[in-house]
Design a protein around this ligand. Structure first.
Ligand code: IPM
Ligand code: MG
Length: 360
């Protein structure tokens, strides 16, 4: 059959290949059973690509990424590459992919499965039914601002936090649109009491809100937002914020759900092509042991089917299968709290696969 959708798999480093293996196995199975017309290709990225090709993002990988409708990325980085030159670090591959493909909208949901409220480090009643979405601007701000570097005498180093109205507006629109489909509350997070760039951010968000009267917009300073996320996370519906603040707040939000091993993310451009990643990173301490939690990677596949490939039913099939496995008490080693049998990475993959309810 002719392929309708091109998906590129970039397993990367650490536990990336282990979790991608499970996610890919599942995707192939659904693709064949439902005749979705997805073609899969795999390329090298990150530290492993640096070892083989001398660069964390080989030209062939970037070319394949440009051709793809969607990318599943495992993770990049690890202590092996801590001391290599800045521009050759595995993380640079991720940042280049984001910027080359203009993946400016990073969606990071933090959803707590009803079966896992005892896994959170917060009291169960604080997180029961938690469902929030962080919309992080991903191709601007201090991550990419110029100038950056070191002074000639090597005594100073600097980065620049810069946002244009256009950049703020386009991420703002994504967040307002997301809020419309949810509980219609949007909290914009900034540091407008100190940073000029945040004053502009706030102005643009406020102006934009006039176009979305059905959404209730609020503003919050980032230090307060960090505190509120651990004090009373259920007050939030959608949070929109810049690149650096979003990086930090999304890690906090992730942990509220009990394990960072559960959470997917999507990074989209204006055509809805996207890169999908588990939030957890390469976890070098458990790499190669076969105990990583593949659920975040599998959830990332569900997000991919929904956002980039427009295959909502197939996405729901995956999400339902995960819920059903969790409801039966199956857990991976990262999930603390009550719950029955502990499964290894591939066993969790098998269980989810067995629970897929596939009807053509
Ligand atoms: C993330 C990661 C990356 C980031 C790193 C690995 C470059 O922490 O996706 O949150 O800072 O954006
Ligand atoms: Mg991060």
């Amino acid at each position: 059959m002719k392929s309708k959708h091109k998906v590129l798999i970039l397993p990367g480093d650490g536990i990336g290949p282990e979790v991608c293996h499970e996610a890919t196995r599942l995707l192939s199975h659904i693709n064949e059973s439902l005749g979705l017309g997805i073609s899969l290709e795999e390329c090298s990225v990150g530290g492993i690509a640096y070892e083989e090709y001398g660069t964390p993002l080989p030209d062939a990988t970037l070319a394949a990424a440009r051709e793809a409708d969607a990318i599943l990325l495992g993770a990049v980085g690890g202590p092996t590459w801590d001391d290599i030159e800045y521009d050759l670090r595995p993380e640079r591959a991720l940042l280049s992919l984001r910027s080359e493909l203009d993946l400016f909208a990073n969606l990071r949901p933090a959803i707590l499965s009803t079966h896992l409220s005892s896994c959170s480090s917060l009291k169960p009643e604080k997180v029961q039914d938690l469902n929030l979405l962080i919309v992080r601007e991903l191709t601007g701000g201090i991550y990419f601002g110029e100038p950056r570097g070191r002074s000639e005498d090597d005594n100073t180093a600097f980065n620049t936090m810069v946002y244009s109205k256009k950049e703020i507006e386009r991420i703002g629109r994504v967040a307002f649109e997301a809020a419309i489909k949810r509980n219609k509350r949007l909290c914009s997070v900034d540091k407008a009491n100190v940073l000029e760039v945040s004053v502009l951010w706030r102005e643009v968000m406020s102006n934009l809100s006039l176009e979305y009267p059905e959404v209730k917009l609020s503003h919050m300073l980032v230090d307060n937002a960090a505190m509120q996320l651990v004090r009373d996370p259920k007050q939030f519906d959608v949070i929109v914020t810049g690149n650096l603040f979003g990086d930090i707040l999304s890690d906090i939000a992730a942990m509220l759900t009990g394990s960072i091993g559960m959470l997917p993310s999507a990074s989209l451009n204006s055509k809805n092509n996207g890169m999908y990643e588990p939030v957890h990173g390469s976890a070098p301490d458990i790499a190669g042991k076969g105990i990583a939690n593949p659920i975040a990677a599998i959830q990332s596949v569900a997000m991919m089917l929904r956002y980039s490939l427009n295959l909502n039913d197939a996405a729901s099939v995956i999400e339902n299968a995960i819920e059903s496995v969790l409801s039966e008490g199956y857990r991976t080693y990262d999930l603390e709290g009550e719950g029955g049998e502990k499964l290894k990475t591939s066993e969790m993959g098998d269980k989810i696969l067995e629970r897929l309810e596939l009807e053509r």
